[in-house]
Design a protein around this ligand. Sequence first.
Ligand code: CTP
Length: 241
Amino acid sequence: MNPALSNHKNFSHARKGGVKKPMRILVTAGPTREFIDPVRFISNLSTGSMGYAISGEAARRNHKVTLISGPVDITPPKNIKTINVITAQQMFAAVKAEFKNSDCLIMSAAVADFSPRKTLTNKMKKKTLPRQYILQLKQNPDILKWAGGRKAARLIIGFCMESEALIKNAKDKLKNKRADIVVANKINKNTSAFGRGLTKVSILQKNGHMLNIGPSKKAKIADILLDKIEALWYKNFNAAA
Ligand code: CTP
């Protein structure tokens, strides 16, 4: 017997009602970088640890995982296709290419909301600039919203990180981005949302369910999130092999 089959999590659905087809899960992770010139960029504190934990857990459950990753310092989990990107536009292009072949998109990447209006070809020189310099930014495409508008029979999972009105903002994102689940993360000084530390999250579902988790390791959050995704997928879409 394949050792993976002996794990109760892998085939929890198989026992309940016939062997189920693995899902095709598309995960985005990490930050994006938006270049001002060849050496300077705008980015954020994301380390990619949540998206990598989700990808690893999904692969462990025998799902077919594609990970689209921004620049991070983590080795990708085994048995998954990894596509490395740097900018939000590159991440958008990769999601567009992979979306049609996926059953579920998990947007755990911290996509930069803005990028410089122009990226200079040559390094910007201080002496050519005034003492106060205004950098013009333009909004990047909202990848999650794009996917929500084309979801058809897919599950769409978003993340939200807020410093205030966490649950209200998460509920708004569920609706506005047509997501099935939003994982809401409060920015707070004790439990960092970034990196390998413990995190507190609330998992909100379209049907009104809300589960508060933590402070917990990201592996545990990934495990609970995958349980919810599988429950929705195999109940609603009943993807039997
Ligand atoms: N996201 C995205 N494309 C962007 C920005 C964000 O797909 N350009 C996704 C993130 O991956 C995350 C979710 O949208 O799953 C929430 O992102 P967040 O930045 O918190 O919310 P926004 O709705 O973009 O707006 P705001 O920052 O104003 O809350």
